[in-house]
Design a protein around this ligand. Sequence first.
Ligand SMILES: NC(=O)c1ccc[n+]([C@@H]2O[C@H](COP(=O)([O-])OP(=O)(O)OC[C@H]3O[C@@H](n4cnc5c(N)ncnc54)[C@H](O)[C@@H]3O)[C@@H](O)[C@H]2O)c1
Length: 305
Amino acid sequence: MKILITGVAGFIGSNLAHSLLKRNFTVIGIDNLSYGVKDQIPKGVIFHKIDIRDKNISQLFEKVDYVFHLAAKNCITDCQENPLETFDINVNGTINIFDAALKNNVKKVIYAESSAVYEGSKVLPSKESDIAPESIYAISKITTNLIAKDYFKTKGLITTGLRYFNVYGPRQDYRRTIPPVFSAFIINLLNNKRPTIFGDGSKKRDFIYVDDVNRFHLMCIENADTNNDIFNIGSGKNYSIKSIYKNITDILNLDIKPIFGQNFDFEAQENLANIDKAQKIGWSPKVSLSNGLKKSIDYIKEHVI
Ligand SMILES: NC(=O)c1ccc[n+]([C@@H]2O[C@H](COP(=O)([O-])OP(=O)(O)OC[C@H]3O[C@@H](n4cnc5c(N)ncnc54)[C@H](O)[C@@H]3O)[C@@H](O)[C@H]2O)c1
């Protein structure tokens, strides 16, 4: 089976490529390396450096069975400052990928949405219907869902939308200006530096380990119940950033106090997934937060520090 991944140099894409290669799939990877880094791409991926908006992209889709479309502009502050570019990449780029898939009779496109679409909702845990996007990033993501619905109705393209919550695990890019919270904490602590918590640390997030996400990715290939639908992919539990910090310092046996930095008002105070829909078709998260943290720490010790 031939699988194409957009955003293969990114965090989720590189983990997905790794898990598909282990199962002997042929993996074609696409990325423009705007955020992602080449050394993240697992050996064995047939890599093409290309932008998802490139009109010639469809020739890379020849004989592809399934597409995972993960490439996106996803730094929330950057999206807010650059709405035109955000829509160009996240919406027009997605249309280009859907068109290339249709042209090449791809069986299905599995595309990344985001839990950010619930940011304005007061309902917790959030069901797939509780959408209330408020930021440019979230509005661009919900638009891809509307396009997917239209493409099924008018052109017959089969898709699955994945509304990831806060995915964490190995290969999170620690080199970014604002690195993801887990890797930022772990790397600073291992270097005996005080990590920064933005805000007072009371914000709560639903964290899901990347291997659990990959098990759902495989279900999207194997299980037709996922067709033309959208699923929350979270753990169904949430934790404050402060408690995550304490968990990490406990595992590392360190007593380093964090610095409390600027609060980002645009961020929701809390997110939490209702995962009933994914559970009904046989998926559930298996990796506990403490195990996921230990695995993330081991990876950083081995590959980063
Ligand atoms: N990581 C999470 O917790 C999370 C949560 C919700 C949604 N998502 C969504 O999941 C997807 C993957 O997330 P991630 O954490 O792996 O992000 P990431 O930033 O690590 O990876 C995205 C990749 O897309 C590439 N890219 C960006 N613009 C491109 C373009 N125009 N053409 C080609 N490649 C381009 C980047 O270089 C990067 O390698 C994204 O769509 C993101 O919005 C992620």
